[in-house]
Write a protein that binds this ligand. Structure first.
Ligand code: NAP
Length: 296
């Protein structure tokens, strides 16, 4: 990617799994021209409520001007969201709308992160950006409403939908699986939900590229290939030399959860690959790169 991007960039949700990685992977082109990062404030951490326009205006006044904003802050507790739809909507819809309004008013390029949970999972080929979203859960519905609110308030914004994230920071599937595998020696994992495990080490540079390209519209950003959670587990165990662990496939019905998940939510990331001039790594390669950097 070419093109310098001079100025400050606000990363919201900077303490989260994805936001923290963005701060570690600022492209040299950005650093070289004086990009300065402001870690995004969480309501609880700093008292700034991103759904309150006056507070966001003050944030831009005191820490800006921002040439760009990468919006990672979100209500991400998928099951808990079923009991807290108002709070989930406040964070995923209202905060997204307000941030987009302020970005539009201040001329900041906006990249907002969204999810495969906007789809119902009835598809049988990877979802493209123009496929009809039909979310099954409160989380999915609020993320879709957040996408729409963002684009309505800031038509030049980019939305990047991703899925099955893991990375150096935070709680995630590979870390949980390795923990269980070591403590119990056996695992039962669902084999009827399909997606593409995506490392934040892969996604963070892609988000920087979208920002630097000043791209607008919806993009899918996920690793190449696909697997079930069971397939992902088998590969994690193999790469972590834990293949002796007993692994049994099961169906989603065996593990009822409050929020319904899409059965098949593989994202076709060709549009983003065309923008960047390169594809994401295959999910197995991305896992191996992650484990080389951060052994579990
Ligand atoms: N994780 C996945 O598998 C996955 C899959 C698809 C899409 N995504 C999307 O990727 C993005 C990043 O997700 P993530 O996994 O990095 O999430 P995460 O680890 O849960 O981090 C979310 C961040 O948002 C902050 N936040 C929550 N409520 C806030 C509020 N009201 N105001 C300001 N900040 C708030 C959190 O701060 P506190 O820690 O202080 O609460 C946290 O830093 C989200 O848009 C998510 O929907 C994630």
């Amino acid at each position: 990617m070419s093109g310098a991007f001079a100025g400050r960039v606000l990363v919201t949700g900077a303490a989260g799994m994805l936001g923290s990685e963005l701060l570690l992977r600022v492209p040299a082109e950005c650093i070289g021209v004086g990009t300065d990062l402001i870690a995004g404030p969480a309501v609880t951490a700093s008292g700034v409520d991103l759904s309150d326009r006056a507070q966001v205006e003050r944030l831009f006044d005191s820490h800006g001007p921002f040439v760009g904003v990468i919006h990672c802050a979100a209500y991400t507790a998928v099951d808990k969201a079923e009991e807290q739809p108002e709070l989930c909507a406040k964070v995923n819809v209202e905060a997204s709308r307000v941030l987009a309004q302020v970005c539009q008013a201040r001329g900041a390029q906006l990249v907002a992160v969204s999810t495969d949970f906007v789809f119902d999972g009835h598809g049988r080929r990877p979802y493209v950006e123009t496929d009809e979203p039909r979310p099954l859960s409160v989380y999915g519905r609020t993320k879709l409403d957040g996408e729409r609110a963002t684009l309505a308030a800031c038509p030049g914004a980019a939305i990047v939908r991703t899925q099955w994230l893991y990375g150096p920071r935070g709680k995630h599937f590979p870390r949980t699986i390795v923990g269980y595998a070591r403590s119990t020696g056996k695992l039962k994992v669902v084999d009827d939900q399909w997606g593409a495990p995506t490392s934040t080490l892969e996604l963070a540079p892609a988000l920087w590229d979208v920002l630097r390209a000043r791209a607008s519209g919806v993009f899918h950003g996920a690793c190449e290939g696909s697997c079930s959670w069971h397939g992902f587990t088998a590969e994690i165990l193999r790469q972590c030399s834990l293949s002796s662990v007993e692994l049994t496939p099961c169906t989603t019905d065996a593990f009822p959860r409050p929020a319904q998940r899409p059965a098949y939510s593989v994202l076709d990331a060709s549009k983003l690959a065309a923008l960047r001039g390169r594809r994401f790594a295959d999910w197995r390669t991305a896992l191996s790169n992650y484990l080389a950097a951060e052994p579990l």
